[in-house]
Design a protein around this ligand. Structure first.
Ligand SMILES: C[S@@+](CC[C@H](N)C(=O)[O-])C[C@H]1O[C@@H](n2cnc3c(N)ncnc32)[C@H](O)[C@@H]1O
Length: 248
């Protein structure tokens, strides 16, 4: 998977290129992350990358010429036909299905805004899709871009080892993940559920599926609305609901 990132802060990308699962994927050549800094394309001696908004008001926008040149350079380096995504709080909300779609592209250019954002005409002429990571505003598009790089990379075959399995992740099956436990067996009197120590793999699988269904029903019922439950899943969810009724 090829990622180009247009950013005024390429050093921030070390968080994905040097660390953890994505860092290993970079070193193994499974993903490539290339930065294109508009500042490298600034033509004045101060290497200016911001400009005043027409109509006045507080804040600055990204200066058009260095940004356009950085995007053009990223486009020239990318595989032909690579689509351009701009990070924006006004964009389409990022979710699992959009991450899956990005993975299917094989390559993408991410444009990280700074200041008060980007000239509307650049968005109209250069950008295929604006994407938001949620209904809040952060100071730049780098962190949202890295969310996309990380989430998409997890889908690239070989990026996760056998023990790290994206199929079991929350959302991958349209459900939240079941609760997980590690040692010790008891923390402040709270014990690991007995079934997980039983060694009975069929019971463990059933318990995990029941908890994933129940947790999704309690926390994100909207996810269940878009998912057809199998007969086993319906039964397990009813068992979970019955147990909860008893507890309440
Ligand atoms: C300070 S924000 C600009 C916000 C802009 N003035 C507005 O109100 O829509 C600077 C940059 O951060 C990025 N950004 C901020 N919040 C974001 C979010 N929720 N999702 C994706 N990108 C975001 C965008 O690239 C944006 O251009």
């Amino acid at each position: 998977m090829w990622f180009g990132v247009v950013t005024l802060f390429p050093e921030m990308l070390a968080a994905v290129t040097a660390c953890g699962v994505t860092g290993r994927a970079c070193r193994n050549g499974l993903i490539e992350v290339h930065a294109y800094n508009p500042r490298d394309f600034a033509r004045d001696k101060f290497r200016t990358v911001d400009d005043k908004p027409y109509g006045g008001g507080p804040g600055m926008l990204m200066k058009v010429q260095p940004l356009s040149d950085a995007i053009a350079t990223a486009r020239a380096a990318a595989p032909s036909g690579t689509r351009i995504v701009c990070l924006s709080p006004q964009g389409r909300r990022l979710d699992h299905s959009l991450v899956t779609e990005f993975h299917s592209w094989g390559a993408m250019i991410l444009v990280a805004g700074r200041y008060e954002g980007i000239d509307e005409r650049i968005l109209e002429s250069e950008v295929d899709l604006e994407v938001s990571v949620g209904d809040f505003v952060v100071s730049g598009g780098e962190l949202p871009a890295m969310c996309i790089i990380d989430a998409v990379s997890r889908m690239v075959p070989g990026v996760l080892g056998n023990i790290e399995n994206a199929q079991g992740d929350t959302f991958a099956q349209g459900l939240l993940h079941y609760p997980q436990y590690t040692r010790p067996e008891s923390i402040g009197g709270r014990r690991v559920p007995e079934v997980l120590m039983s060694g009975d793999h069929a019971r463990i699988r059933e318990w995990r599926l029941m908890m994933a269904l129940g947790r999704t029903w309690e926390r994100r019922p909207d996810l269940l609305g878009g998912r057809e439950l199998s007969a086993e899943e319906r039964d397990l969810l009813q068992r979970y609901q019955a147990q909860r009724q008893v507890k309440l």
